[in-house]
Design a protein around this ligand. Structure first.
Ligand SMILES: *Cc1c(COP(=O)(O)O)cnc(C)c1O
Length: 344
Protein backbone atom coordinates (compact mmCIF):
# COMPACT_ATOMS: atom_id res chain seq x y z
CA UNK A 1 0.00 0.00 0.00
CA UNK A 2 1.24 3.48 -0.88
CA UNK A 3 0.03 5.84 1.84
CA UNK A 4 0.91 8.84 -0.30
CA UNK A 5 -1.46 7.79 -3.05
CA UNK A 6 -4.37 7.35 -0.63
CA UNK A 7 -3.96 10.78 0.94
CA UNK A 8 -5.68 13.87 -0.43
CA UNK A 9 -3.37 16.12 -2.41
CA UNK A 10 -3.88 19.17 -0.19
CA UNK A 11 -3.08 17.07 2.90
CA UNK A 12 0.10 15.67 1.34
CA UNK A 13 1.36 19.20 0.80
CA UNK A 14 0.09 20.71 4.05
CA UNK A 15 2.47 22.21 6.54
CA UNK A 16 1.26 21.91 10.14
CA UNK A 17 0.61 24.96 12.31
CA UNK A 18 3.37 25.23 14.87
CA UNK A 19 2.01 26.35 18.22
CA UNK A 20 4.05 28.07 20.92
CA UNK A 21 3.87 24.95 23.06
CA UNK A 22 5.09 22.80 20.14
CA UNK A 23 8.25 24.86 19.84
CA UNK A 24 9.06 24.67 23.51
CA UNK A 25 7.68 21.64 25.27
CA UNK A 26 9.23 21.19 28.68
CA UNK A 27 7.52 23.52 31.07
CA UNK A 28 10.09 23.24 33.83
CA UNK A 29 10.29 25.34 36.95
CA UNK A 30 12.55 28.31 36.78
CA UNK A 31 11.84 29.06 33.12
CA UNK A 32 9.94 32.16 32.13
CA UNK A 33 7.21 31.44 29.60
CA UNK A 34 6.10 34.58 27.84
CA UNK A 35 5.68 33.04 24.41
CA UNK A 36 1.97 32.17 24.17
CA UNK A 37 0.10 35.25 25.40
CA UNK A 38 -1.31 33.32 28.35
CA UNK A 39 -2.43 34.94 31.59
CA UNK A 40 0.53 34.61 34.00
CA UNK A 41 -1.61 34.15 37.14
CA UNK A 42 -2.20 30.60 38.28
CA UNK A 43 -5.67 29.09 37.83
CA UNK A 44 -4.30 25.53 37.35
CA UNK A 45 -5.31 25.81 33.70
CA UNK A 46 -3.92 29.21 32.70
CA UNK A 47 -1.38 27.47 30.45
CA UNK A 48 -2.19 25.85 27.12
CA UNK A 49 -2.28 22.05 27.37
CA UNK A 50 0.42 19.79 25.94
CA UNK A 51 -0.53 19.58 22.23
CA UNK A 52 0.99 16.08 22.04
CA UNK A 53 -0.58 14.80 25.30
CA UNK A 54 2.74 13.07 26.03
CA UNK A 55 1.93 11.76 29.50
CA UNK A 56 -1.34 10.15 28.44
CA UNK A 57 0.25 8.65 25.35
CA UNK A 58 3.21 7.28 27.29
CA UNK A 59 0.85 5.52 29.68
CA UNK A 60 -1.22 4.14 26.79
CA UNK A 61 1.93 2.99 25.04
CA UNK A 62 2.93 0.99 28.15
CA UNK A 63 -0.53 -0.50 28.54
CA UNK A 64 -0.96 -1.41 24.86
CA UNK A 65 2.68 -2.25 24.09
CA UNK A 66 2.89 0.12 21.14
CA UNK A 67 5.15 3.04 20.28
CA UNK A 68 4.08 6.52 21.39
CA UNK A 69 4.26 7.62 17.74
CA UNK A 70 1.59 5.04 16.86
CA UNK A 71 -0.96 6.88 19.01
CA UNK A 72 -3.08 9.94 18.25
CA UNK A 73 -5.63 11.38 20.68
CA UNK A 74 -8.75 13.34 19.87
CA UNK A 75 -11.72 15.09 21.41
CA UNK A 76 -13.71 11.82 21.46
CA UNK A 77 -13.56 9.12 18.77
CA UNK A 78 -15.78 11.40 16.76
CA UNK A 79 -12.92 13.87 16.23
CA UNK A 80 -10.53 11.03 15.43
CA UNK A 81 -12.93 9.68 12.79
CA UNK A 82 -13.41 13.15 11.34
CA UNK A 83 -9.62 13.59 11.02
CA UNK A 84 -9.43 10.28 9.16
CA UNK A 85 -12.10 11.48 6.71
CA UNK A 86 -10.32 14.76 6.16
CA UNK A 87 -6.96 13.10 5.56
CA UNK A 88 -8.08 10.51 3.02
CA UNK A 89 -11.37 11.51 1.39
CA UNK A 90 -11.66 14.09 -1.37
CA UNK A 91 -15.11 15.77 -1.10
CA UNK A 92 -17.54 15.05 -3.96
CA UNK A 93 -15.20 12.42 -5.38
CA UNK A 94 -14.23 9.66 -2.94
CA UNK A 95 -16.41 7.17 -1.12
CA UNK A 96 -16.33 5.13 2.09
CA UNK A 97 -17.97 1.82 2.97
CA UNK A 98 -19.98 1.16 6.13
CA UNK A 99 -21.84 -1.95 7.25
CA UNK A 100 -25.27 -1.15 8.73
CA UNK A 101 -26.81 -1.61 11.18
CA UNK A 102 -23.87 0.16 12.81
CA UNK A 103 -22.68 3.30 14.59
CA UNK A 104 -24.42 6.35 13.12
CA UNK A 105 -21.40 8.68 13.09
CA UNK A 106 -19.77 7.10 10.00
CA UNK A 107 -22.70 8.21 7.91
CA UNK A 108 -23.01 11.63 9.59
CA UNK A 109 -19.32 12.33 9.06
CA UNK A 110 -19.48 11.14 5.45
CA UNK A 111 -22.32 13.56 4.70
CA UNK A 112 -20.63 16.37 6.63
CA UNK A 113 -17.49 15.93 4.54
CA UNK A 114 -19.42 15.53 1.25
CA UNK A 115 -18.26 11.95 0.83
CA UNK A 116 -20.42 9.24 -0.70
CA UNK A 117 -21.18 6.35 1.64
CA UNK A 118 -21.72 2.85 0.26
CA UNK A 119 -23.71 0.82 2.73
CA UNK A 120 -23.46 -2.98 2.63
CA UNK A 121 -25.84 -4.50 5.14
CA UNK A 122 -24.63 -7.19 7.48
CA UNK A 123 -25.84 -10.71 6.80
CA UNK A 124 -28.71 -12.06 8.91
CA UNK A 125 -26.15 -13.55 11.33
CA UNK A 126 -24.78 -9.99 11.83
CA UNK A 127 -21.52 -10.82 10.02
CA UNK A 128 -20.08 -8.67 7.20
CA UNK A 129 -20.95 -9.66 3.64
CA UNK A 130 -17.29 -9.99 2.66
CA UNK A 131 -17.83 -10.91 -1.01
CA UNK A 132 -20.15 -8.00 -1.62
CA UNK A 133 -17.86 -5.49 0.08
CA UNK A 134 -14.91 -6.59 -2.05
CA UNK A 135 -17.08 -6.46 -5.15
CA UNK A 136 -18.49 -2.99 -4.49
CA UNK A 137 -15.19 -1.20 -3.72
CA UNK A 138 -13.76 0.95 -6.53
CA UNK A 139 -10.77 3.22 -7.14
CA UNK A 140 -12.36 5.97 -5.06
CA UNK A 141 -13.10 3.79 -2.00
CA UNK A 142 -10.81 5.16 0.68
CA UNK A 143 -12.17 3.93 4.01
CA UNK A 144 -13.94 0.81 5.26
CA UNK A 145 -15.50 1.09 8.72
CA UNK A 146 -15.67 -2.12 10.73
CA UNK A 147 -17.23 -1.70 14.16
CA UNK A 148 -16.35 -4.76 16.25
CA UNK A 149 -17.96 -5.39 18.69
CA UNK A 150 -20.66 -3.76 16.60
CA UNK A 151 -23.14 -1.21 17.88
CA UNK A 152 -26.09 -2.01 17.99
CA UNK A 153 -25.85 -5.75 17.18
CA UNK A 154 -23.42 -6.34 20.11
CA UNK A 155 -21.40 -9.10 18.40
CA UNK A 156 -17.72 -9.19 17.52
CA UNK A 157 -17.19 -10.10 13.89
CA UNK A 158 -15.31 -13.31 13.17
CA UNK A 159 -11.58 -12.68 12.93
CA UNK A 160 -11.32 -14.50 9.62
CA UNK A 161 -13.88 -12.14 8.05
CA UNK A 162 -12.07 -9.07 9.33
CA UNK A 163 -8.70 -10.37 8.19
CA UNK A 164 -10.00 -11.06 4.69
CA UNK A 165 -11.37 -7.53 4.51
CA UNK A 166 -8.10 -5.95 5.67
CA UNK A 167 -6.20 -7.97 3.07
CA UNK A 168 -8.54 -7.30 0.16
CA UNK A 169 -9.64 -3.70 0.73
CA UNK A 170 -7.62 -1.23 -1.35
CA UNK A 171 -7.97 1.66 1.09
CA UNK A 172 -7.72 2.14 4.84
CA UNK A 173 -9.64 -0.21 7.15
CA UNK A 174 -10.83 1.48 10.35
CA UNK A 175 -11.73 -0.98 13.11
CA UNK A 176 -13.79 0.81 15.77
CA UNK A 177 -13.10 -0.97 19.05
CA UNK A 178 -15.17 1.25 21.36
CA UNK A 179 -16.43 -1.91 23.14
CA UNK A 180 -13.32 -4.10 22.92
CA UNK A 181 -12.85 -4.28 26.71
CA UNK A 182 -16.13 -6.19 27.01
CA UNK A 183 -15.27 -8.63 24.22
CA UNK A 184 -14.02 -12.18 24.38
CA UNK A 185 -12.16 -11.54 21.12
CA UNK A 186 -8.68 -10.05 21.01
CA UNK A 187 -8.09 -6.48 19.98
CA UNK A 188 -6.62 -5.92 16.52
CA UNK A 189 -3.93 -3.76 18.11
CA UNK A 190 -1.65 -6.80 18.22
CA UNK A 191 -1.89 -7.00 14.40
CA UNK A 192 -1.29 -3.30 13.74
CA UNK A 193 2.29 -3.88 12.67
CA UNK A 194 1.19 -6.56 10.16
CA UNK A 195 -1.14 -4.29 8.21
CA UNK A 196 -0.05 -0.81 7.04
CA UNK A 197 -3.64 -0.02 5.97
CA UNK A 198 -5.13 -0.64 9.43
CA UNK A 199 -6.37 1.97 11.89
CA UNK A 200 -7.83 0.90 15.24
CA UNK A 201 -9.89 3.38 17.25
CA UNK A 202 -10.74 3.08 20.92
CA UNK A 203 -12.23 5.45 23.47
CA UNK A 204 -12.28 6.20 27.19
CA UNK A 205 -16.05 6.76 26.94
CA UNK A 206 -17.29 3.23 27.63
CA UNK A 207 -15.17 0.79 29.70
CA UNK A 208 -13.11 3.58 31.28
CA UNK A 209 -16.15 5.50 32.46
CA UNK A 210 -15.00 8.87 31.08
CA UNK A 211 -17.58 9.79 28.43
CA UNK A 212 -17.65 13.31 29.86
CA UNK A 213 -14.01 14.15 29.16
CA UNK A 214 -14.23 13.26 25.43
CA UNK A 215 -11.12 11.26 24.80
CA UNK A 216 -10.83 9.12 21.69
CA UNK A 217 -7.75 7.17 20.66
CA UNK A 218 -6.40 6.29 17.24
CA UNK A 219 -3.75 3.59 16.87
CA UNK A 220 -2.03 3.19 13.52
CA UNK A 221 1.34 3.14 11.79
CA UNK A 222 3.57 6.09 12.64
CA UNK A 223 3.16 7.24 9.02
CA UNK A 224 -0.61 7.51 9.39
CA UNK A 225 -0.54 9.09 12.87
CA UNK A 226 1.97 11.69 11.72
CA UNK A 227 -0.41 12.79 8.95
CA UNK A 228 -3.36 12.98 11.35
CA UNK A 229 -1.18 14.87 13.81
CA UNK A 230 -0.43 17.46 11.16
CA UNK A 231 -4.09 18.24 10.58
CA UNK A 232 -5.53 18.04 14.09
CA UNK A 233 -6.34 21.28 15.91
CA UNK A 234 -3.22 22.11 17.97
CA UNK A 235 -4.82 21.94 21.43
CA UNK A 236 -7.55 19.39 20.72
CA UNK A 237 -7.45 17.62 24.10
CA UNK A 238 -7.87 20.01 27.00
CA UNK A 239 -5.80 19.96 30.18
CA UNK A 240 -8.60 18.76 32.47
CA UNK A 241 -9.26 15.80 30.17
CA UNK A 242 -5.58 14.91 29.98
CA UNK A 243 -5.27 14.99 33.78
CA UNK A 244 -8.39 12.91 34.33
CA UNK A 245 -7.41 10.39 31.64
CA UNK A 246 -3.98 9.89 33.18
CA UNK A 247 -5.47 9.44 36.64
CA UNK A 248 -7.83 6.76 35.36
CA UNK A 249 -5.18 4.99 33.28
CA UNK A 250 -3.06 4.81 36.42
CA UNK A 251 -5.96 3.09 38.21
CA UNK A 252 -6.31 0.41 35.56
CA UNK A 253 -7.10 -2.28 38.14
CA UNK A 254 -10.28 -0.40 39.13
CA UNK A 255 -11.30 -0.24 35.47
CA UNK A 256 -10.78 -3.98 35.08
CA UNK A 257 -12.96 -4.72 38.11
CA UNK A 258 -15.77 -2.54 36.74
CA UNK A 259 -15.53 -4.21 33.35
CA UNK A 260 -15.77 -7.65 34.98
CA UNK A 261 -18.81 -6.52 36.95
CA UNK A 262 -20.51 -5.20 33.83
CA UNK A 263 -19.84 -8.47 31.98
CA UNK A 264 -21.27 -10.57 34.80
CA UNK A 265 -24.31 -8.26 35.10
CA UNK A 266 -24.75 -8.55 31.32
CA UNK A 267 -24.87 -12.32 31.58
CA UNK A 268 -27.39 -12.24 34.45
CA UNK A 269 -29.52 -9.69 32.62
CA UNK A 270 -29.52 -11.80 29.45
CA UNK A 271 -30.74 -14.85 31.36
CA UNK A 272 -33.45 -12.90 33.17
CA UNK A 273 -34.66 -11.31 29.93
CA UNK A 274 -35.03 -14.68 28.23
CA UNK A 275 -37.71 -15.71 30.74
CA UNK A 276 -39.92 -12.70 29.97
CA UNK A 277 -42.87 -13.33 27.67
CA UNK A 278 -42.65 -10.17 25.55
CA UNK A 279 -38.96 -10.83 24.85
CA UNK A 280 -38.53 -12.79 21.61
CA UNK A 281 -34.75 -12.95 21.40
CA UNK A 282 -31.68 -11.82 23.33
CA UNK A 283 -28.70 -11.65 20.99
CA UNK A 284 -25.25 -12.69 22.22
CA UNK A 285 -23.24 -9.70 23.41
CA UNK A 286 -19.55 -8.82 23.44
CA UNK A 287 -20.35 -5.27 24.56
CA UNK A 288 -21.80 -3.42 27.56
CA UNK A 289 -25.31 -3.59 26.12
CA UNK A 290 -27.81 -6.14 24.89
CA UNK A 291 -29.79 -6.09 21.67
CA UNK A 292 -33.18 -7.56 22.43
CA UNK A 293 -36.03 -8.40 20.06
CA UNK A 294 -39.44 -7.81 21.62
CA UNK A 295 -43.03 -8.25 20.42
CA UNK A 296 -43.56 -4.55 19.63
CA UNK A 297 -40.57 -2.25 20.10
CA UNK A 298 -42.38 1.08 19.66
CA UNK A 299 -45.04 0.18 22.20
CA UNK A 300 -42.61 -1.27 24.76
CA UNK A 301 -40.25 1.67 24.36
CA UNK A 302 -43.01 4.12 25.34
CA UNK A 303 -44.23 1.94 28.19
CA UNK A 304 -40.72 1.78 29.61
CA UNK A 305 -40.35 5.57 29.41
CA UNK A 306 -43.60 5.86 31.38
CA UNK A 307 -42.00 3.68 34.05
CA UNK A 308 -38.96 5.97 34.09
CA UNK A 309 -36.61 3.78 32.05
CA UNK A 310 -35.06 5.15 28.87
CA UNK A 311 -33.74 2.57 26.43
CA UNK A 312 -32.70 2.88 22.78
CA UNK A 313 -35.27 1.89 20.19
CA UNK A 314 -33.47 0.39 17.17
CA UNK A 315 -36.53 -0.90 15.32
CA UNK A 316 -35.91 1.34 12.30
CA UNK A 317 -32.39 0.03 11.73
CA UNK A 318 -31.93 -2.62 9.04
CA UNK A 319 -32.32 -6.21 10.30
CA UNK A 320 -33.21 -4.84 13.76
CA UNK A 321 -37.00 -4.86 13.48
CA UNK A 322 -38.61 -4.70 16.93
CA UNK A 323 -35.24 -4.48 18.64
CA UNK A 324 -34.44 -2.44 21.73
CA UNK A 325 -30.94 -1.80 23.00
CA UNK A 326 -30.38 -1.97 26.76
CA UNK A 327 -27.15 -0.65 28.25
CA UNK A 328 -26.05 -2.80 31.19
CA UNK A 329 -26.61 -0.65 34.29
CA UNK A 330 -25.95 -1.12 37.97
CA UNK A 331 -27.38 -4.15 39.75
CA UNK A 332 -30.33 -2.03 40.97
CA UNK A 333 -30.98 -0.54 37.52
CA UNK A 334 -30.98 -3.95 35.86
CA UNK A 335 -33.39 -5.24 38.52
CA UNK A 336 -35.70 -2.32 37.85
CA UNK A 337 -35.64 -3.06 34.11
CA UNK A 338 -36.50 -6.72 34.69
CA UNK A 339 -39.28 -5.91 37.17
CA UNK A 340 -40.79 -3.32 34.82
CA UNK A 341 -40.72 -5.70 31.85
CA UNK A 342 -42.37 -8.38 33.94
CA UNK A 343 -45.19 -5.97 34.85
CA UNK A 344 -45.76 -5.33 31.15
C1 LIG B 1 -19.92 5.07 21.96
C2 LIG B 1 -19.18 4.78 20.69
C3 LIG B 1 -18.02 5.49 20.37
C4 LIG B 1 -17.51 6.52 21.32
O1 LIG B 1 -17.34 7.74 20.78
P1 LIG B 1 -16.65 8.88 21.65
O2 LIG B 1 -16.74 10.03 20.72
O3 LIG B 1 -15.22 8.44 21.89
O4 LIG B 1 -17.42 9.04 22.92
C5 LIG B 1 -17.33 5.17 19.22
N1 LIG B 1 -17.77 4.17 18.42
C6 LIG B 1 -18.86 3.47 18.71
C7 LIG B 1 -19.27 2.36 17.82
C8 LIG B 1 -19.61 3.76 19.84
O5 LIG B 1 -20.72 3.07 20.10
Amino acid sequence: MKLESLLRKNIRNLKAYSSARDEYKDITDGMVFIDANENPFNTDVNRYPDPQQSKVKERLSQLKELQVNQILLGNGSDEVLDLIFRAFCEPNKDNVIALPPTYGMYSVLAHLNAIEILEIELNSDFEPNVEKIIEVQNDNSKLLFICSPNNPTANSFQAKNIERLIKSFNGIVVIDEAYIDFSEQDSWLSRLNDFPNLIVTQTLSKAYGLAGIRLGICYASKEITSVLNKIKPPYNVNQLSQDKALERLNAIEDVKIEVKTVISERQKLAIALKSIALVKEVYPSNANFLLVKVDDANKRYLQLVEKGIVVRNRTNQPICENCLRFTVGTFAENEKLIESLKEL
